[in-house]
Design a protein around this ligand. Structure first.
Ligand SMILES: [Zn+2]
Length: 251
């Protein structure tokens, strides 16, 4: 039965991931509710149902448009896979506890952020505002260790990023700051600090690797969103464990 539910959440995740691609692509251009079906950005060829199957269409078409043969961004199947894996993992960790809803919401937010940040270097306010009430309500139903922890988490997330933005003069943007405030509600004040630490750690390691491998050029800004995604998910699922391990090992 466990396997049945894991597959179920995986498949639901693929479908939602495909939807999050559309949301992430269209919200920054304010086209979310336009009724037009998905199309190729190069030749405007409207995609038929068999070109819209998450991940599989990409593999079968070998990553290019059927009409004009130009490359489809690898971001789309990756976001679909990310959502599928993290939906299944959320169920694996929480089962049918209420926290499962928070976890699915968090993964959804982060999947959309990956798309908007990689495509437009942007974290849209409208996405953050959409998730805000849901996270607040979920934290009322499933509180953290203290009732005030989400409040302090939001303040700490916002404050730490504000300091970084002032000190680094534009290393990170206002979108990152608002995202951290929102994540602070979900994670609480300790885990949001850990999420920040892990994001910068992942960011430095991966940036250095990408520069060394010449995948990216020096001076070209690297979007920080994907590292926030990695850092906050690690902190959300393993924060308790990591903080306890750190305290018992070093203090
Ligand atoms: Zn095309």
């Amino acid at each position: 039965m466990q396997l049945f539910y894991l597959s179920y959440f995986f498949i639901i995740g693929l479908v939602f991931g495909s939807f999050f691609n559309v949301v992430g692509l269209r919200v920054p251009e304010k086209k979310l509710f336009q009724s037009q079906r998905s199309y190729c950005p190069h030749c405007n060829h409207t995609l038929s149902w068999y070109e819209l199957i998450p991940v599989f269409s990409f593999i079968i078409q070998q990553g290019s448009c059927r009409q004009c043969k130009r490359k489809i961004s690898i971001i789309y199947p990756l976001v679909e896979l990310f959502t599928a894996i993290m939906f299944a993992y959320s169920f694996y960790i929480f089962g049918f506890q209420l926290e499962l809803i928070t976890s699915l919401l968090l993964v959804s937010l982060l999947a959309i952020i990956i798309v908007t940040d990689l495509k437009y270097m942007l974290i849209p306010d409208r996405i953050l505002l959409f998730f805000f009430p849901f996270f607040v309500i979920m934290r009322l139903f499933v509180p953290l260790e203290h009732w005030w922890s989400p409040f302090l988490g939001a303040l700490v997330g916002y404050g730490v990023l504000a300091v970084i933005i002032i000190v680094s003069r534009g290393g990170m943007g206002g979108g990152d700051m608002k995202l951290f405030a929102l994540l602070g509600i979900v994670l609480g004040y300790k885990e949001i600090l850990l999420a920040f630490f892990l994001s910068t750690l992942y960011g430095s390691i991966i940036s250095i690797a990408l520069l060394a491998l010449k995948v990216v050029e020096r001076k070209k800004p690297i979007p920080f969103g994907p590292f926030i995604v990695l850092g906050s998910l690690t902190s959300y699922f393993y924060g308790d464990f990591l903080i306890r391990w750190y305290l018992t090992t070093f203090l």
